[in-house]
Design a protein around this ligand. Structure first.
Ligand code: MN
Length: 322
């Protein structure tokens, strides 16, 4: 069975030199548990990554620059960091044919420049979409100045993967001050990403760009669990706002989810019942999650072999045109 994994991160020497990713204590603890150094494996887009992929039977990784990506920068610096990452990932795609694909890193602070970079990545480098790391230094993408990025993604027919980053500073202060341990992957990432996505949904972006496709990781950042109640309590408000569809309809028409780092079958069952098997794609979240954990999860799910094939590669081949 071909395995395509969609949320697989890397770093580059230039990105590390900017101090954007450091071997912090939380990484050390997880590294010890997994038996490899997360910081080192992020930086490898070559032999070591391939070795770990082969050991677990992963055929293709869709690469993305690890969060916050170039979004902590403005102006020319944001573009330079983006181009460096995109060119580095494209080089790996060329060097290991069939083993890697790319999600573009975009200078989101400069939306018009981001559009050009997305077009370059898709048209010239063969990338499959873009991965955006949450809010843009405190601004959310429902703000219309960012919509040219949506327009370009729709025109290019590529998805935007909305990936977590550290929560908005005000949310951090209100919810996580004094509870630092909760603000990242344990809870805060899910809250920030789901709220951000709902702002985009309720802004009318999917009415303006009806074929725009979003991917959410971690089995949908909690939305499959909550989307019926969300729909029930926002139907009238959505109509008053002039939205053309309900929340459930946007979830059906515009959203795909991946399995990244959420190895919990009850959550998976909920996601499959809520979203349908055609909307679920496989992802690990390498190297923050071990390939072995993701593959063990996929293989033991109580689903038909046909559904397993859809999640493992068929859905990704269709969505990403691979
Ligand atoms: Mn991730």
């Amino acid at each position: 069975m071909r395995i395509i994994a969609l949320e697989e991160h890397c770093s580059t020497p230039a990105y590390i030199a900017e101090g954007m990713i450091k071997p912090v204590p939380s990484l050390a603890e997880r590294s010890k548990r997994f038996g490899y150094q997360i910081f080192d494996e992020l930086a490898d887009i070559g032999p070591s990554r391939i070795k770990y992929m082969d050991a677990s039977g992963i055929d293709v990784q869709v690469l993305s620059l690890v969060q916050p990506g170039s979004q902590n920068f403005d102006g020319a610096k944001a573009l330079a960091i983006s181009q460096d990452a995109n060119d580095t990932m494209a080089e790996a795609c060329r060097k290991y044919p069939g083993r890697f694909a790319g999600f573009a890193t975009l200078p989101v602070s400069e939306p018009e420049v981001a559009v050009k970079e997305l077009e370059r990545c898709v048209n010239e480098l063969g990338f499959k979409g873009a991965l955006i790391n949450g809010h843009q230094q405190g601004e959310f993408l429902d703000a219309k100045k960012f919509w040219p990025i949506f327009e370009a993604a729709e025109a290019l027919d590529v998805p935007i993967y909305l990936h977590p980053t550290a929560p908005h500073p005000d949310a951090y202060k209100a919810y996580f001050d004094g509870y630092e341990e909760l603000h990242r992957a344990g809870w805060g990432f899910m809250i920030d990403t789901s709220c951000h996505f709902l702002r985009i949904m309720f802004s009318g972006a999917f009415d303006a760009y009806p074929k725009l496709k979003f991917i959410l990781g971690h089995l949908g950042e909690g939305l499959p669990f909550a989307m019926h109640r969300l729909d029930d309590h926002t139907r009238n408000a959505a109509k008053r706002k002039g939205l053309k569809k309900t929340a459930l309809e946007y979830m059906r028409d515009n959203v795909w989810v991946t399995t990244s780092g959420n190895w919990y079958e009850p959550a998976f069952v909920c996601t499959m019942m809520a979203m349908g098997v055609d909307k679920i794609l496989f992802a690990i979240d390498w190297p923050y999650e071990p390939n072995t954990a993701g593959m063990a999860f996929l293989n033991k799910l109580s689903i038909s072999d046909g559904d397993r094939e859809k999640i493992a590669h068929l859905n990704a081949e269709k969505l990403l045109k691979m």
